[in-house]
Design a protein around this ligand. Structure first.
Ligand code: SAM
Length: 278
């Protein structure tokens, strides 16, 4: 017995299925089942939820989510070598684990899940930010998920929760904080993973808001924020010059000094500017 279920310890799973870690797939595995159970608990009350997991790998977090009582887990894994190990977990939790072999960037999981839906993952570093941006910029609101519990490189986690005035503040902070409350709930050193990555990691928990924090048309906000931070060292009047001939007046009307730099402009002002330009 490994503690949370009757399955073998993860080191044995990795050895018996030949799951040597591949850098190209961002494979840094969590093998401590106490830790994966702790991360699963950070997803909140999952007892009546479907959980989407991206990149289950050998299944440490998957086992945590199931042991913590997730109604159903839909796990999307690109590496075919992991599938037999995941099938063994599915056999221990009949009808509760569905495994999809594929690229998370190509799959629309929402149709396969029933609300309430939570997303929990130790994300592969090469697609983590892209997936987060997709989840944060849906056409509809509220989104199909009600919370995200995600492991990132610490530097990315800091960008998600950053406040105006800090170096980490940028597009990711604005998009995340506009539509969710986001906080870092766990920091992990490289040694928590096998093999250890070069940098530290952190788990971020994002809880979706019922309505965006300030009114704005999503596409207009995304456009303004992308422009502003694309040239973050420039003053706002220069960075946004192409958006309107009278951009200085529009900035002032939105409570932004034309000489401000994007990293000092708050969420409320960005939303006011998006409304003004929209
Ligand atoms: N969840 C496992 C854990 O915590 O030990 C593995 C996490 S590892 C950081 C990332 C996982 O994502 C790997 O299993 C990798 O094969 C998988 N992966 C990489 N790119 C993927 C993609 N585009 N779609 C789905 N899975 C992917």
């Amino acid at each position: 017995m490994s503690g949370i279920d009757a399955l073998p310890p993860l080191r044995e799973v990795i050895a018996s299925h030949g799951l040597s870690a591949r850098k190209s797939l961002g494979q840094n595995f969590l093998l401590d089942l106490n830790l994966t159970a702790k991360i699963a608990r950070m997803a909140g009350d999952i007892g009546n939820s479907d959980v989407l997991e991206i990149g289950p790998g050998p299944g440490g977090l998957t086992r945590g989510l199931l042991a913590e009582g997730a109604r159903r887990v839909l796990a999307v894994e690109k590496d075919a070598r992991c599938l037999p190990a995941l099938e063994e977990i599915a056999a221990v939790y009949p009808g509760r684990l569905e495994i999809i072999h594929g690229d998370a960037l190509d799959i629309d999981p929402a149709a396969r899940l029933s609300p309430p839906i939570k997303i929990a993952a130790n994300l592969p570093y090469n697609v983590g930010t892209e997936l987060l941006v997709r989840w944060l910029t849906p056409e509809d609101w509220p989104p199909f998920w009600d919370s995200l519990t995600l492991m990132f490189q610490r530097e990315v986690a800091e960008r998600i929760v950053a406040r105006p005035g800090s170096k980490a503040y940028g597009r990711l902070a604005v998009l995340a904080q506009w539509r969710s409350s986001a906080q870092i709930v766990l920091n992990l050193p490289p040694g928590a993973f096998t093999p250890p990555p070069k940098v530290s990691s952190a788990v971020v928990h994002l809880k979706s808001l019922d309505a965006p924090r300030f009114a704005a048309e999503p596409k207009a906000l995304e456009r303004v924020v992308a422009r502003a931070f694309n040239q973050r060292r420039k003053m706002m009047r220069a960075a946004l010059k192409g958006l309107a001939p009278d951009i200085e007046d529009r900035l002032i009307a939105s409570g932004i000094k034309p000489t401000d730099r994007a990293e000092t402009v708050g969420l409320e002002q960005f939303c006011a500017l998006a409304r003004n330009l929209g």
